[in-house]
Design a protein around this ligand. Structure first.
Ligand SMILES: Nc1ncnc2c1ncn2[C@@H]1O[C@H](COP(=O)(O)OP(=O)(O)OP(=O)(O)O)[C@@H](O)[C@H]1O
Ligand SMILES: [Mg+2]
Length: 230
C-alpha cells in the first residue's frame, strides 16, 4: 500500500551535505495497518505526511502508493491515488467562506451538497454528529474555534472512507474528551480497513492505544516494533 525507498527531503537553501529534513527513509506499510509517527517538533513528521499525501515531491528516492510510483504516475492515476487518501493537515485548511457541511461535502463531490447521494448525506450527518458539530453544520468555517475546525478536518478526511488516512496531530487542539472522540473515529475507520498513519505528540494516546510506532530523529525513521516508549 505504501512503499518508500531511500526517500530524502531537503529544502532550497539547504544542500545535500547539510542536515536533511528526511534522510534516506525506507519503509513499507500494508493495507489495514496503523502506525504512529512520533518525534520532537521540527523532526519532519508533517513533511513526511505531505510527501505521502502527494503534496510535495521527495528530493531523492521513491514514494509508491497503492502500487504506483508517484513520480511517474499519470494525471488520472494521481487523481485516483489522491481520492483514496484522507489527509488531515496540521494547519487544517478549511475553506473559510463555506459552511462546515459544505467543507465536508466538497471532499466527496466537487459538485458540493447538491451532487451528493443519500448515502453520502447520511455519512456526513453521522460524522458531524460524532465530532459534535451537527448543530453548527450551517455555520461558516471562518467562525469556528481552532479545535472545532480541526474536528471538521477529521470529518472531511473520513467522509470518503479513504483507503489511507494521514492524520497530522488530529488531536492537537482538543480537550481530552474530544481527543478520545476523534481517536475513536480513527480507530473505527482502521477496523473497517483504512490504513492509518497518525503523527502525534499525545503521549497518553500512544500509551493507551498500543500500535506500531515509528520515530523521526535526525532525518531517520526508527521503528519501535515491540513497545512504544514515547
Ligand atoms: N517549505 C519549507 N521550507 C523550508 N524548510 C521547511 C519547509 N517545510 C518544513 N521545513 C523544515 O523542515 C523541518 C521539519 O518540519 P516539519 O513541519 O515536518 O516538522 P514536524 O515534525 O511536523 O514538527 P511539529 O511537531 O512542530 O509539527 C523543520 O526544520 C522545518 O523548518
Ligand atoms: Mg508537524
Amino acid at each position: 500500500m505504501i512503499s518508500l525507498k531511500g526517500v530524502s527531503k531537503w529544502y532550497s537553501g539547504q544542500n545535500q551535505s547539510q542536515a536533511r529534513v528526511l534522510d534516506q527513509i525506507s519503509f513499507d506499510m500494508k493495507k489495514g495497518e496503523f502506525l504512529y509517527l512520533i518525534g520532537g517538533t521540527g523532526t519532519g513528521k508533517s513533511t513526511l505526511l505531505r510527501l505521502l499525501a502527494t503534496e510535495e515531491d521527495p528530493s531523492a528516492g521513491q514514494v509508491s502508493l497503492f502500487g504506483y510510483a508517484v513520480h511517474s504516475a499519470s494525471e488520472s492515476t494521481l487523481r485516483a491515488i489522491r481520492q483514496s487518501i484522507g489527509y488531515i493537515p496540521q494547519d487544517v485548511r478549511l475553506i473559510s467562506d463555506l459552511t462546515i457541511y459544505d467543507n465536508v461535502a466538497l471532499s466527496i463531490s466537487l459538485g458540493g451538497r447538491r451532487a451528493l447521494s443519500v448515502q453520502s448525506k447520511t455519512r456526513i450527518h453521522e460524522l458531524l454528529e460524532r465530532v459534535g458539530l451537527i448543530e453548527k453544520r450551517n455555520q461558516m468555517a471562518c467562525t469556528l474555534s481552532g479545535g472545532e475546525a480541526q474536528r471538521v478536518a477529521v470529518a472531511r478526511a473520513l467522509a470518503r472512507s479513504p483507503a489511507l488516512l494521514l492524520a497530522d496531530e488530529p488531536t492537537g487542539s482538543q480537550d481530552r474528551e474530544s481527543a478520545w472522540g476523534l481517536m475513536d473515529l480513527v480507530l473505527r475507520a482502521n477496523l473497517t480497513g483504512t490504513s492509518v498513519i497518525l503523527a502525534t505528540h499525545d503521549r497518553e494516546i500512544v500509551r493507551r492505544v498500543r500500535k506500531r510506532c515509528a520515530a523521526l530523529k535526525g532525518g531517520r525513521l526508527i521503528f519501535e516494533e515491540t513497545l512504544c516508549t514515547y
